[in-house]
Write a protein that binds this ligand. Sequence first.
Ligand SMILES: Nc1ncnc2c1ncn2[C@@H]1O[C@H](COP(=O)(O)OP(=O)(O)O)[C@@H](O)[C@H]1O
Ligand SMILES: [Mg+2]
Length: 477
Amino acid sequence: MGLSNKELPKLGFLYLDYVLRFFDHSNFKGWPNKIETVTYHWGDDKDRFIAEVKRKKIDVLIGNVPATAYETFREIARELPHVRFIPSLDTQFSNKSKENVTRFAWKYNLPIPKTYIYYNRGKGDTFLKNTTYPKIVKRSYGPSNYGGYFVHKVDSYQEARELFDTKKYHPMYIQDFVPMEADIRVMLIGHKPVCAFWRRAPEGEWLTNTSQGGSMDYMNVPKSVLDLAVKVSKSANAEYWACDVAYGKDGKVRILECATAFAAFPYIRDWIGQYLMWSLSKGRFRKPHIPMFNWEELGKISPDLLRTMRHITFGEYNSSYDGAYFGKRKKMYGESEVYLHQLDSVYKMYNVKPRKFEEWPSEKWNYQDRFALKNLKSMKVPLLKKEEAPEITGDESAQLIEIGDEELEALLLSIKGLGKKKLSKILSRFNHAELINILEIEPRVLEDIKSIDEKLVKKILKAWNSYKKEFLLSSVN
Ligand SMILES: Nc1ncnc2c1ncn2[C@@H]1O[C@H](COP(=O)(O)OP(=O)(O)O)[C@@H](O)[C@H]1O
Ligand SMILES: [Mg+2]
């Protein structure tokens, strides 16, 4: 099984001058063919870059695009429709800015701190006058956004006003302050958590920044956090992903950040490389087995040593061999105790496939350039006239539609061209709740299933909408 050397897609690494390289050849150990390299030189380099990718006949371009090159690469990707970008530019939407993370979370009903975004400074100022404090103010977009350097807590209108008068942050990005225990970074490959750790603020501080004296540890990351991270990764259709989850003093979990670009030990980048080799070879290369909570053990190794460790592999659980750690070790997980190896089927490693549609086209979603501040030097900014910038605040959650399992199946089977075979394919991929979410939020995701095309999705949507109409009418009465 699997593709022969000749059938394998041609891979290329996407590099950018001055940007740290996430992958190199050593992460793709065992790939039999040459892996090309294409480097973006910034400035006026788009056309040359495109020509080089074409000349090298690259099928798959692997690598992260930094925030400041994101829009250019959306254009580049459009001009290379036959090249698969890993991660796709849609998946990397959240890399660009905090605003994008927020819009992504809003779309998929993912929990985040309540957020207010203003492109109109007059309106933003009115909001600041009338709101409650404390609030958090963040720079949404910039070349190096990390470690809380551009994150501020303000306790009054005066403080907020002063901040916006000195820092020219645009858009105005404001969040409710969430008192939290800690924040937790979860890294995932194929939607499976492969590493997770707590970051706690120093005593009496609110910023959970380890480079400023905070602490980190790998033990007992709660189920609710892992489950949220998986949901976020699935929503982004991410081959690999990192998610920062705030663990609130109220016990609730909320997303702070998520992206494909993050700092990771080399052994994690090896795992991603091996995962992609499996995925791109139709199973010729082995899918890496990465047991749940491995990080609790690897985290005991000194970071300096861990940084040098490469290509870490684990044997899989085998019932006839009872001496192994992952076979006999139990762990409290949610409400009950389970064997560690049982969790591998709860947190599956999925084969993430590319999508045919563009989810976040810049014509619609690049607010930053469409509503740029024309005069950054002075804060006397003219109000936007022609096209009003959209002000969306808070978390708008849609009304949940109720439908039983059987009823949903019957509804789908009533669609012409959708028989039992396709139905079982759909149900093996999405559970009930996920399916309803997809129908409501992004039905094009159904095209992830091989035998379902655009036309069929349209029919499914039509059936769903007429069901919904009846449901909403009956729930009003
Ligand atoms: N809404 C919030 N309420 C309380 N603390 C927050 C909030 N948002 C961020 N923080 C704190 O600030 C830190 C940095 O914020 P984050 O959004 O991750 O920005 P950065 O890009 O600088 O890492 C977080 O790790 C968290 O400790
Ligand atoms: Mg952060």
